[in-house]
Design a protein around this ligand. Sequence first.
Ligand code: HEC
Ligand code: HEC
Length: 229
Amino acid sequence: MNYFIVKLLNLNSNNLTIRQFNQSSNTTILTILTMYNKITFLFVVLFSVFMLTSCGDKKEKTKEFTEDNLGFIDASLTEDEGLLGEKPEYSSTQPGSNEIEDRAFQDAPPMIPHTVDGFFPITKDNNMCNTCHMPEAAEAVGAVPMPVSHFQNWRPDVVEEDGLYKVENNEDFHNETLESLNNAYFSCSQCHVPLSNVEIHIENLFTPEFKDELDKKKSTLGESIGDGI
Ligand code: HEC
Ligand code: HEC
């Protein structure tokens, strides 16, 4: 603000310098000032009072958001306590006895409709999900086989040059079919979550649109990933 006043004085008066403005006695300043400068001085004082009061108002109006009041629910984001009105009830039915749920939108990862008791944690050496969902095992247990997409790699090959990694041919759309599961898909629960019965009081206005009625219950990403590219 002081910088602003000094700037204004410099602009409007020829004989009022910063040195004069800084002099300790008001009377000295006033005698040096010409009539023209007195008016300018008055204007600057009034203007700075106006600026100071309007700045103060602005500060009061700014609403601050902290981690505690971010989000839709009036509760801490880092704790489960108080987040939901009731404890979520997860499916307790065994795999093989559930309906296939509608996807949230075209090619959304489907939710897990059966119990997941004893299936977690997924570790490098133990992935229960694979025992039923690998395509070669799925039919025998009546499970939905993992889709083609989980056996594809869309990441382009990178080559190292002087310690930097770059894509050799950035023009090509990379879609490689793998012989085994793409390890980027190994941690199933990263994308697939168990279905739970819980009431959330937030209105959802989203209406999904499916390319085909059948896509509500079926994955198509493996075949359609290149669409429009
Ligand atoms: C004992 C075999 C078995 C195991 C283990 C298993 N599932 Fe399933 N899963 C099934 C069957 C069978 C279905 C078909 C729905 C049903 O009847 O439960 C299914 C359905 C699903 C679906 C819904 C598919 C769709 O098209 O809507 C998902 C997603 C899923 N399972 C993910 C998982 C994940 C993730 C794990 C590991 C945490 C897992 N499953 C472990 C047998 C299994
Ligand atoms: C990176 C996210 C991601 C991971 C990790 C992942 N999935 Fe999926 N999954 C999806 C998406 C997205 C779809 C639906 C679109 C598609 O890929 O075809 C899907 C579809 C499925 C389906 C439905 C197939 C159908 O024909 O409708 C099954 C079953 C499934 N996944 C099982 C698994 C299992 C088991 C694992 C762990 C080994 C796993 N997924 C890991 C994202 C993921």
